[in-house]
Design a protein around this ligand. Sequence first.
Ligand SMILES: Cc1cc2nc3c(=O)[nH]c(=O)nc-3n(C[C@H](O)[C@H](O)[C@H](O)COP(=O)(O)OP(=O)(O)OC[C@H]3O[C@@H](n4cnc5c(N)ncnc54)[C@H](O)[C@@H]3O)c2cc1C
Length: 322
Amino acid sequence: MILAFIEHVAGAPTMLSLEVLTMASRLARKMGTQLEAVAIGPKAVAAAEILSSYGVSTLHVADDQRLDDYAAAAWAHAVADLAARVNPRVIIGTASDRGGEVIAHVATRMTMPMAANCTEIVPGDPFTVTRQRWGGSLLEEAHLKGTIKLLTIAPHALAAEASPSRTQVATDTFSPALEDKDFRVRLKISLAQARVVVGGGRGVGSAEGFAALEELAGLLGGAVGCSRAVTSLGWRPHSDQVGQTGTRIAPDLYIACGISGAIQHMVGCRAAKHILAINTDPGAPIVAQADFAVIGDVQKVLAAVNAEVRRVKAGEPSRSPA
Ligand SMILES: Cc1cc2nc3c(=O)[nH]c(=O)nc-3n(C[C@H](O)[C@H](O)[C@H](O)COP(=O)(O)OP(=O)(O)OC[C@H]3O[C@@H](n4cnc5c(N)ncnc54)[C@H](O)[C@@H]3O)c2cc1C
């Protein structure tokens, strides 16, 4: 069996992944074996529809909330766990930044050989690939040994081409046995693209005071932002600053904690769909501009909010009044 690692955006496979599927389905036909795919995150289930046009028989979906953010080691752990169970002869992915990194991690975990940026594959003994070196200025022929061969396909080495006949795609959702160390390196959601931003101002009180904001952003899958007062105080880097001289954000929800709402700050968050202000001063300009406001100390309010969100996420009943 050939296992294709698919990258997707909300269940829609990327163009490079469709190229990989095209190469993989041709390889599967040459090897007289079947093609299966693996993708990360519950939204990947939606990819089954498109995968049915690329000869895929089973779509394996790694389902763990912690995998929502990109973490190469964790994603690779999921793919390697699956490979140990389904025993593919080839694991194939894109040569995108993520694809290359994940497949390299899988190869290391499984102590198997990997060839990156392949343009041609000739199965058999020896298992031969042509791969790009030096940014494509040199083509190299290589022989891969090992019971499982790991490959990435160079971008646009071939055009994506759906198979003439469609397959019935079975879906297998699995929970990999992930460890905390798999998440040591994790890509955080960019401020400009985050659906939820938890912003902190001088009212947060200190750099350490941002821990509660970090926790809430993590729980909601969002990013942390801040005001210029905070960057001037050295509590956060300038890359976190929202505003005229910082990043312009457009989240679904902006939670502004201890931020007064100066015009230069509001310029950066006016595209937010909803603003929730947490402030001790009911007369703060941001309170007048927010959709919702909680008047109170930011640390006390966030402690209660975080506890409630944690409880709800754990599936426990809410303790808020009915
Ligand atoms: C040219 C120029 C460009 C600028 N660009 C930017 C920019 O890009 N981004 C930006 O943010 N600013 C920018 N500024 C600065 C801006 O004018 C404000 O000074 C800044 O936004 C204020 O930051 P703040 O709201 O965190 O602090 P403050 O104005 O000091 O407000 C702190 C708020 O916290 C509240 N608070 C205090 N304690 C607590 C507590 N315990 N719990 C809850 N609330 C509490 C207070 O009531 C107050 O509303 C710019 C200014 C200039 C002149």
